[in-house]
Write a protein that binds this ligand. Sequence first.
Ligand SMILES: NC(=O)C1=CN([C@@H]2O[C@H](COP(=O)(O)OP(=O)(O)OC[C@H]3O[C@@H](n4cnc5c(N)ncnc54)[C@H](O)[C@@H]3O)[C@@H](O)[C@H]2O)[C@@H](O)CC1
Ligand SMILES: Nc1ncnc2c1ncn2[C@@H]1O[C@H](COP(=O)(O)OP(=O)(O)O)[C@@H](O)[C@H]1O
Ligand SMILES: [Mg+2]
Length: 279
Amino acid sequence: MQKIDESILSEVIQKRPINSYKGNYGRILIIAGSKQFGGAALMSTRAAVNAGAGLVTVATVPEKFTALNVDIPEAMTIDYNNSKDLKEAVLKNNVIVIGPGLGTTENTTDLINILIKNVDKQVIIMDASALTVVSEQNIDLNLFENIILTPHQGEWQRLSGLKIPDQTQENNLKKINSLAPNSLLIVKKHLSEIYYQNKVYQLISGNPGMATGGMGDTLTGIIAAFVGQFDYSLKTVSAALYLHSYIADKIYKKDYVVLPTKLASKIPQTMQKFACSKK
Ligand SMILES: NC(=O)C1=CN([C@@H]2O[C@H](COP(=O)(O)OP(=O)(O)OC[C@H]3O[C@@H](n4cnc5c(N)ncnc54)[C@H](O)[C@@H]3O)[C@@H](O)[C@H]2O)[C@@H](O)CC1
Ligand SMILES: Nc1ncnc2c1ncn2[C@@H]1O[C@H](COP(=O)(O)OP(=O)(O)O)[C@@H](O)[C@H]1O
Ligand SMILES: [Mg+2]
């Protein structure tokens, strides 16, 4: 089993070419949030914008537009219950996050079905409520050509049927190979693991200060921005996962709890540090 360490950051994070423009850095659609869980959409979006995504659109409930526009004016907003707008956004964007804060209502099932009908080669990052609904409704994950799954251990238990003590690397590998062999799976926990193409990779950073609501939502935004700017590969996703915990570890040296909003605020300076450290 390979470890994911700091060297991945300078390997993946690139200095920007002088004549580049926002269109070079990914079009990200984040389908997230609900009346109850607006913060999840905000935290995912903030992380995507701060991690350098070129253009970010959030599909959410209109009640959250003002909060989003005030907190993250860089992002655009659409109503996910307007299926025409959502369909257009799915077609237009190349990386799509679905799940944070959606809740497990029929509405979330409808959103997943719209995605299934309209998606082609876009990279899907499926998290949180979308994973729970997929487990409950037995939705076939193989309908997505490029999919990254980011369950925590509770969500992975629902998806895989494996109880937490049984979530060994061997069992997880077997399960993902039968559920969605072409996916990239991140099982989030202390020392998160990536399962990809029949191999396991383990993160060697992170801390218990990260055990706070919104930390996973923030990760989805970072992964989306990285895939949008760099490429869809194991290395890129590993770098996104590492950056998240790397910044959290720096904050944890001084702060008892690692606030997701604080973590997000430190993404641009940390990325610049690794981009500039390249020879
Ligand atoms: N501010 C916000 O709007 C927030 C919204 N959130 C949203 O709330 C919805 C429910 O997500 P939750 O994850 O809270 O609830 P879930 O019900 O999906 O997961 C929690 C369950 O999983 C179990 N569990 C086992 N191992 C776990 C682990 N390592 N980490 C977390 N849980 C573990 C817990 O005991 C509990 O039974 C999602 O849509 C999520 O995105 C959360 O992200 C928190 C912040
Ligand atoms: N004790 C811990 N050690 C290391 N990382 C942790 C710890 N607790 C939580 N994390 C990390 O924080 C994130 C939590 O994700 P998640 O449970 O989905 O949060 P939320 O849904 O509230 O946004 C994951 O990346 C997980 O690995
Ligand atoms: Mg989560």
